[in-house]
Design a protein. Structure first.
Length: 367
């Protein structure tokens, strides 16, 4: 562990893991945010715009999947973030017995290689993640293994990784414990909506908001309009200055409790709007729901009725209120980590069986 920590510190010191703003990718494009519209420059995680670049390998008329280097630790239901064109894979379940890890591994698509990141400070699964400049914020989630007894407690914890100092610092705690919620940074406001409530069992309509530009010594969360159709294990992303909550399920009913709802929260009006549901109700898409820099929403895989992992790769265009499909993944995945980086979609880890962790990395090119 000491060797790992030294390596992490060295990597951060030379700036290989930096801000979530635009940076060159191997495809000649720029990386995009996992869950943000980023309209506020360095205080947001997605002010990126994809470019066609000058890469001779880029062909906008062809999209196909290939395999990249596998994640060092097989896992599913991890979380993800994109920083400086690299994909962070954070925590997750490591076995069919639902043991967990705090390990963070970072994939660099430019070199098709992995390196260690800073271990999570607390909850290992069902957390919310956002980036702010060079920093990473993690929110809520479950802390502890799910095996050998009842589920572990969900938490109110908020942590912020300081890339400059190389440490995790506590942030303002959530008003109540929650996990598996829709989460996104909309401008400078971090939204946490729905999910499992403080008992870790029942759906919550809570919608908490934290303005990350406030004084850290007095920072706190406020409440916003409750989430419609309370649910958990869906996806969250920020597009066009709004929070989008995608699909999910009711309670722990993965067999038949999935929903297809697509809801938009508009901070300007303080209201929720309904949009065209996702094709096929699904859950387990928290880390595979991503806002792309072209203003569209990407959802990869998930778990559908009957506890069946899915291979769909779906794109939602808010200007048309319509869904389209890209070529399916080569293998079914639930609980994967996915993001668009440049002209490619990176999908890694997840489970092809619902309980067995995978290390496989799929690369879809080109958009």
């Amino acid at each position: 562990m000491a060797q790992r920590a030294v390596f992490v510190a060295a990597v951060l010191a030379i700036g290989n893991l930096g801000c979530w703003s635009a940076a060159p990718s191997r495809d000649g494009g720029t990386d995009s945010a996992v869950a943000d519209d980023g309209a506020d420059g360095d205080e947001s995680d997605g002010a990126d715009t994809d470019t066609d670049g000058a890469d001779a390998d880029f062909d906008a008329g062809v999209f196909a999947w290939s395999e990249g280097a596998p994640c060092p630790l097989p896992r599913f239901e991890a979380n993800g973030a994109v920083i400086d064109g690299q994909l962070w894979v954070m925590g997750g379940f490591t076995a069919s017995t639902l043991q967990v890890t705090r390990q963070v591994d970072v994939y660099d698509p430019a070199t098709d290689s992995w390196q260690p990141g800073p271990d999570l400070p607390g909850a290992e699964t069902h957390i919310g993640v956002a980036t702010v400049g060079r920093d990473v914020i993690v929110v809520g989630g479950f802390s502890g293994t799910f095996s050998n007894g009842p589920r572990p407690p969900d938490t109110t914890d908020v942590w912020r990784w300081s890339a400059a100092a190389g440490v995790w610092n506590p942030g303002p705690p959530l008003p109540s414990a929650t996990a598996a919620f829709a989460c996104a940074l909309v401008g400078t406001e971090l939204h946490v909506a729905g999910g499992l409530g403080a008992d870790g069992a029942n759906d919550s309509v809570n919608h908490f908001v934290w303005d990350i530009t406030g004084d850290p010594s007095s920072a706190s969360w406020t409440t916003a309009a409750p989430m419609p159709d309370a649910r958990n294990h869906g996806g969250g992303a920020a597009l066009g200055g709004s929070l989008y909550a995608v699909a999910g399920r009711h309670g722990w009913n993965e067999l038949s409790g999935d929903v297809a709802d697509l809801n938009q929260f508009d901070p300007a009006t303080g209201t929720w709007l309904d949009h065209t549901p996702i094709p096929t109700a699904r859950s387990e898409i928290g880390a595979s729901t991503t806002a792309m820099a072209d203003g569209r929403l990407l959802v990869v895989g998930g778990s559908v009725a009957g506890v069946v992992p899915n291979s769909d790769v779906l794109v939602y265009d808010p200007t048309q209120d319509a869904w389209t499909a890209l070529p399916s993944l080569p293998e079914r995945r639930k609980g994967a980590v996915a993001a668009r980086i440049g002209h490619s979609i990176i999908v890694t880890t997840g489970s092809p069986t619902s309980v067995d962790p995978s290390a496989t990395t799929f690369i879809g090119c080109c958009l």
